[in-house]
Design a protein around this ligand. Structure first.
Ligand code: MLC
Ligand code: AMP
Length: 494
């Protein structure tokens, strides 16, 4: 990640990060990261791709730890700060992380692993101790740099391994396509265990010598207050956040609305992605801000691949064209190219595509064609030179609030409840969340549904928990005995 650190060196006195503790320059960021890298290295010269899991709040501390891991030659494994312990443990076990870093807010939840002999457990406060600065190892760009977890068509999430080179390519592509510069000022409101928050917002800003103001957790009122300072000029979010911002905006006085509209109108760039942007949201946001949101398409495995133009027409309901350096093709079920106006699966090639699913060689082979195209599972069509997403090849993948959720994963957890005999989880359309996770259950007679949500909260993050439960006598099935999820969905719309 040398280019990222070199960029930071160019602007030593510029504010890089603003968070709830204060403001930090690029020079402070580099110094702190180097110091933490020395702590991580301890007696070794290179972490040699050891997995370093870290649970640290978005802000100066998060970036310092992430950069330190890269400087010391480790693989960064950011842990979701809202995960309950079983979800954290899954990631720690799957990556076989040998180092774990806990921000002070997360020491308690990580307590059970403090005495694990296979793990070196470090509190962020340990890094405050003075240490002799160690020489940093030379890192080959093809070495592993980060593992992010993504849900898919298997019941358990998979770790997506990217290299330093992949990440640099993902960042530099966007910096140039969207004209990032050191005069930019953005806001970090997205979770930092997914590419949208890590790559598109945080890393692009820091690569460009821009400033990033972290706000955690997301809060529409507080975000508008940051906008009202008049400093922000670049903003990126998922459609659910734009939906929430519109609702909050509509409750403001006319005077505040006029003032905010003027401020938003002065932004250089506003982007939406991670889920389909409803045309109604795009139009309402245009009325509020004067901006047609730039909608783009990406995935944990590939970074960003398709984008509406920075300059030029942005089409509502369309994701745009291939980004420079990214090859895109649409194919049918036999991997043959479709006719130019026919729908097909999006397949991607390019330097931003991930290396492998961590510890899952078979899944990795399955997700690429024999000639090296990554199969996204998303179905699209090229309409007048702009790609348009039509759907996904698997009904078991749900996008809610911009998070990818596996219906199978939730079903497996539900089935571990002794009162639940069987279940089916589906996503139903919802204007705010994109899709809402809902579940049909076949239960023991006297089972009380009221306690189910709190039971689930101990086992999975809140965003995966079904928002509606219904009890059925049986699940709709086809002749093969497979649950027919399209039929099941109908039970939730009546
Ligand atoms: C939370 N809630 C939900 C929910 N998530 N309800 C329905 N569906 C969901 N998906 C509920 C909570 O239980 C809670 O209810 C209330 O909403 C507030 O919870 P919260 O956690 O405080 O929610 P909030 O902060 O408002 O979260 C909304 C959000 C968040 C939009 C900020 O979902 C978010 O950060 N999404 C971004 C995800 C992201 O970064 N995806 C990118 C993946 S990368 P109660 O009743 O308890 O109050 C990718 C590639 C690419 O996709 O192309 O970018
Ligand atoms: P994730 O696995 O969390 O990285 O999510 C990637 C998925 O998000 C893609 O495979 C798409 O299904 C979806 N996605 C991302 N951007 C868009 C978009 N602009 N429109 C529709 N779906 C999108």
């Amino acid at each position: 990640m040398n280019q990222l650190f070199q960029a930071a060196n160019k602007n030593p006195h510029k504010i890089a990060i603003i968070d709830h503790n204060g403001e930090y320059t690029y020079s402070q960021l580099l110094q702190n990261s180097t110091k933490i890298a020395s702590h991580l290295l301890e007696n070794s010269a290179d972490l040699n791709e050891a997995r370093v899991a870290f649970m640290v709040s978005p802000g100066f501390e998060y970036v310092s730890v992430q950069w330190a891991i890269w400087m010391a030659g480790g693989i960064a494994v950011p842990l979701c700060i809202s995960y309950p312990f079983p979800s954290l443990k899954y990631v720690l076990d799957d990556t076989a992380a040998t180092l774990v870093v806990a921000g002070h807010e997360y020491q308690t939840i990580l307590d059970p692993i403090q005495n694990d002999p296979s793990v070196r457990f470090l509190k962020y406060s340990d890094f405050e101790e003075e240490i002799e600065i160690k020489p940093l190892p030379e890192i080959d760009e093809n070495r592993g740099a980060m593992i992010l977890y993504t849900s898919g068509t298997t019941s358990l999430p998979k770790g997506v391994l990217t290299t330093h080179k992949t990440i640099e390519s993902q960042i530099s592509t966007l910096v140039s396509a969207w004209a990032w510069s050191e005069s930019d000022h953005t806001v970090g409101i997205l979770p930092l265990h997914h590419v949208h928050g890590i790559i598109n917002v945080m890393s692009c800003a820091l690569w460009s010598g821009a400033s990033i103001h972290f706000l955690n957790p997301f809060d529409a009122e507080k975000l508008f207050q940051i906008f009202e300072t008049g400093k922000v000029n670049v903003f990126m979010a998922v459609p659910t956040i734009y939906f929430k911002l519109i609702s909050a905006f509509e409750s403001f006085s006319n005077q505040r609305k006029t003032n905010l509209s003027e401020i938003l109108n002065g932004f250089r760039l506003m982007v939406s992605g991670s889920a389909a942007l409803p045309v109604s949201v795009m139009e309402t946001w245009h009325k509020i801000s004067g901006h047609y949101l730039l909608e783009r398409y990406g995935m944990t495995e590939i970074g960003m691949a398709i984008s509406n133009p920075y300059k030029g027409e942005r089409k509502a309901g369309h994701i745009g064209q291939a980004l420079p350096g990214v090859e895109i093709r649409l194919v049918d079920e036999s991997n043959n190219l479709v006719a130019s106006d026919e729908p097909g699966e999006i397949q991607v090639k390019g330097p931003g595509v991930f290396k492998s699913y961590w510890g899952k060689p078979e899944a990795t082979i399955k997700t690429f064609t024999t000639d090296g195209w990554f199969k996204t599972g998303d179905i699209a069509q090229l309409v007048d030179g702009y790609y348009k997403i039509l759907g996904r090849d698997s009904i078991d993948i749900i996008k809610s609030g911009g998070y990818k959720i596996s219906a199978l994963e939730i079903e497996e957890v539900l089935r571990t409840n002794s009162n639940i005999k069987d279940c089916g989880v589906v996503g139903i359309p919802n204007p705010e969340w994109g899709e809402l996770v809902v579940a049909a259950l076949i239960t023991e007679k006297d089972f009380n549904l009221d306690e189910l949500t709190s039971w689930l909260k101990e086992r999975m993050p809140a965003y995966k928990i079904p928002r509606k439960f219904i009890q059925l006598d049986e699940l709709p099935r086809n002749a093969m005995g497979k649950v027919t999820k399209n039929e099941l969905k109908k039970h939730f719309t009546t």
